[in-house]
Design a binder for this molecule. Structure first.
Ligand SMILES: O=C(O)CCC(=O)C(=O)O
Ligand SMILES: [Fe+2]
Length: 320
C-alpha cells in the first residue's frame, strides 16, 4: 500500500471566517462544505480561525524547547507516574497503534485538571519552570484557546448535520486532551517502513491538529487502498472526524485511517493535537438527522467511557 499521488485525492481547505463574523449566507455555505468534507475524506483544513499566529508560534517554540531537555528530565515526567497513566511524557517505543509497528515518536499529554478516580481524570505533570520557562503557561493558554475553537467547530458540525447549532455544546465543553508530539528525523531508507504514528482512527469525536512544514502525515483512501500526504497549509488546522462522530452520524461522517511516516528530513517534525473525547457519560447513539425511516443504526449505543477504555488499553498495551 504505497503512497499514491496519482489519484485526485483532495483534502478541502475551508475558510470559517464568515461564520466567526456572523455572516449567515457564508455560514450556510461553510456548513455545506463541511458536510461534504466530513463524508469523504473525513479530513479538512481550516483557515480563517481566530487563534493568533503569535500564540501558535510561541506554542511550537515551547514544544521544541521541552523536547531539548535531557532525557532524565523528560523521563521524570513519565505518563506511567501520572494518576491515570494518560498525562505526561511518552518515550519513543511506549505507544503502539498499528500491529507490529512501535510508534517512533515522543509525546507529552495534557488534559484538564479533574478529580482523579475515573478514566483519564487527574492532574497534569509539568516540568520545573526553571527547566522549561513559560512552557506551562503557554500550554495552558493555548489549550484554552484551541478548546474554544473546537466548540465553534462543533457548532459548525451541528449546522452541517441540520441540527441546532448548540446540539454538541455540552459534549464539546467536556474534558479534552492534548498531545505534543516530536517525530525524530529519519533517513529516506528507514522512513517509509517505520511509523511515527501507526495507522489508526481517532478515538474521540473530532481532532484539531497543528503540524509544521516537515510533512509525514498521511490519510488512507479506502476505495483505492492508497495513502495520501496531508499538505502543509500555512496557519491551517487539520481537522478530522473521529470514531465517536462516525457512530453518532450512523457512518455518514467518516473516521478515516491516518498515520505518520517518520520524516526523511534534516529536521524533526512537531505536531500539537487536540482530541475531543468529551464527557465520559455521554451516550453516543445515532442522531436524529442521520437516519432515514426504515434504516437500521449501524452501531449500538455506547458511552464515551466504554468506547475510550477499549481504545486506550490497546494503545498502551495494558489496562489503565
Ligand atoms: O502528529 C500527527 O500529525 C498525527 C498524530 C495522530 O494522528 C494522533 O496522535 O492521533
Ligand atoms: Fe490520529
Amino acid at each position: 500500500m504505497a503512497v499514491d499521488h496519482s489519484i485526485n485525492f483532495i483534502i478541502p481547505v475551508v475558510d470559517i471566517s464568515g461564520y466567526l463574523a456572523g455572516d449567515l449566507p457564508r455560514t450556510t455555505a461553510i456548513a455545506n462544505e463541511l458536510n461534504a468534507a466530513c463524508r469523504a475524506p473525513g479530513f479538512f483544513q481550516v483557515v480563517g480561525h481566530d487563534i493568533p499566529t503569535e500564540l501558535r508560534t510561541r506554542l511550537f517554540d515551547k514544544v521544541i524547547q521541552f523536547y531539548e531537555l535531557p532525557t532524565a528530565k523528560k523521563s521524570a515526567l513519565s505518563h506511567t507516574l501520572s494518576v491515570n497513566g494518560a498525562r505526561g511524557y511518552e518515550a519513543v517505543g511506549e505507544v503502539t497503534l498499528e500491529g507490529d509497528f512501535v510508534d517512533q515518536k515522543e509525546g507529552f499529554m495534557i488534559g484538564p485538571e479533574t478529580p482523579p478516580g475515573r478514566l483519564l481524570h487527574g492532574s497534569n505533570l509539568w516540568p520545573e519552570e526553571s527547566d522549561s520557562p513559560g512552557f506551562r503557561s503557554t500550554m495552558e493558554e493555548y489549550f484554552t484557546s484551541v478548546r474554544s475553537l473546537s466548540v465553534k467547530m462543533f457548532r459548525l458540525l451541528a449546522l452541517s448535520l441540520g441540527l441546532d447549532e448548540y446540539y454538541f455544546d455540552a459534549f464539546a465543553n467536556g474534558p479534552d486532551s492534548q498531545k505534543l508530539a516530536q517525530y525524530p528525523r529519519g533517513i529516506a531508507k528507514s522512513a517509509e517502513p517505520s511509523r511515527g504514528t501507526g495507522a489508526h482512527t481517532d478515538f474521540g469525536a473530532m481532532t484539531l491538529l497543528l503540524q509544521d512544514n516537515i510533512g509525514g502525515l498521511e490519510v488512507f483512501h479506502r476505495p483505492t487502498s492508497t495513502w495520501h500526504p496531508v499538505p502543509y497549509v500555512e496557519d491551517a488546522y487539520i481537522i478530522n472526524i473521529g470514531d465517536m462522530m462516525e457512530r453518532w452520524t450512523n457512518g455518514r461522517y467518516m473516521s478515516t485511517m491516518h498515520r505518520v511516516i517518520t520524516p526523511a528530513s534534516n529536521n524533526d517534525r512537531y505536531s500539537v493535537v487536540l482530541f475531543n473525547e468529551g464527557v465520559l457519560d455521554q451516550v453516543i447513539e445515532c442522531i436524529p438527522t442521520c437516519i432515514e425511516p426504515g434504516e437500521v443504526p449501524l452501531y449500538q449505543p455506547i458511552t464515551a467511557e466504554a468506547h475510550l477504555r477499549k481504545r486506550y488499553e490497546t494503545m498502551y498495551g495494558e489496562a489503565e
